[in-house]
Ligand binder design. Structure first.
Ligand SMILES: Cc1cc2nc3c(=O)[nH]c(=O)nc-3n(C[C@H](O)[C@H](O)[C@H](O)COP(=O)(O)O)c2cc1C
Length: 311
């Protein structure tokens, strides 16, 4: 089995990725949070920093792009090519209202004719450049029946791979992933498949493998945010201790202090991280309020010291 780390906008940028890769069991591939090209700007300075090869050493990184414009997609791909990338991933899964209204992300699945033109042009140009295309997709917007036309469309193209998160746009992250639709993908897809969705524990992973023994790629997202040791546990490797978690935390904390100006944005990002990590800490919930209230670095550091000193 190959394991991929999901793109997680706002969380899994290069600082988090590097800290994870250094302290825990590495993934075979990491996907960047989506890059959203704009007119005259293939990559913002933040997006560029996230994909610079020197910021991503020792790991395989696939940049992801969110757009419905052929020229934007290709301009960004060209920049990525110049940086050394040979594969880009198209986001057809983002369920957020603002993105979907603009017919991007999962919203692009509402316009399959336009998506067909987009994919035809993009695959043709990318192949001239010597670049491969992979897609990360949801299974539709409102009804699971939409997937039949969607998979037929993808079958017209030779993709590096097709990553399927088997939820509808309207479901956001609620309910269970539709494994029956993923089974349909397994039956019908001409492209090789990667599964993504709700693998939070070793048991979830084992259940998936029992149901889909033919699948050789799995992408993990929130499960890793909540338990950075998840991949080690899945692979049956040594359990991590809290010291490792502390080093991981400290690397991220230092990285954010380097990248952001001012204390508030750093603390804001660290709060978000603790939102995922606190349930892992025995008695962790008692620190939630304190972390939320801290608004100076000094204060934050004291709370973190308390958290790790009692472990
Ligand atoms: C905070 C957050 C940010 C996300 N950002 C992206 C993104 O930039 N691109 C993308 O394709 N999916 C994004 N996703 C979706 C995840 O990549 C993944 O498909 C989803 O969380 C389901 O997998 P999981 O159950 O393993 O977390 C995001 C999800 C979350 C929770």
């Amino acid at each position: 089995m190959k394991f991929y780390f999901a793109p997680l906008e706002g969380v899994s940028g290069y600082i988090y990725r590097n800290a994870y890769h250094k302290h825990f069991v590495g993934f075979d591939r990491y996907f960047t949070p989506f890059i959203a090209p704009k007119k005259n700007q293939a990559l913002s300075s933040k997006e560029l920093r996230d994909v610079l090869p020197e910021n991503n050493q020792g790991m395989t990184l696939i940049p992801q792009i969110l757009t419905n414009q052929v020229d934007y997609f290709l301009a960004t791909s060209q920049k990525l090519y110049d940086l050394g990338y040979r594969e880009v991933n198209l986001n057809l899964g983002c369920p957020s209202g603002t993105v979907v209204t603009k017919k991007k992300g999962a919203g692009f699945l509402a316009e399959l004719d336009r998506l067909e033109h987009f994919l035809t042009d993009v695959t043709e140009e990318l192949s001239k450049m010597g670049m491969a295309l992979s897609i990360k997709t949801r299974i539709g917007l409102q009804e699971t029946a939409e997937f039949t036309e969607i998979i037929e469309l993808y079958n017209e193209y030779s993709l590096a791979e097709l990553i399927v998160h088997p939820r509808l746009q309207k479901e956001q992250y609620t309910g269970k992933p539709h494994w029956e639709i993923f089974a349909q993908a397994v039956e019908q897809s001409k492209n090789s498949l990667c599964y993504n969705g709700d693998i939070f524990t070793v048991e979830d992973y084992q259940r998936f493998c029992l149901d889909f023994p033919q699948i050789e790629r799995v992408m993990l997202g929130r499960g890793v945010l909540r338990n950075p040791n998840l991949l080690a546990e899945i692979k049956g490797e040594k359990l991590a201790d809290f010291n490792r978690l502390k080093q991981f935390h400290d690397d991220i904390f230092q990285g954010y202090q380097r990248d952001f100006s001012g204390e508030k944005p750093v603390i804001f990002k660290m709060r978000e991280l603790w939102g995922y990590l606190l349930p892992l800490i025995p008695e962790g919930s008692q620190y939630a309020k304190k972390i939320h209230k801290a608004d100076r670095i000094k204060e934050y550091e004291q709370i973190v010291e308390q958290i790790f000193s009692v472990q």
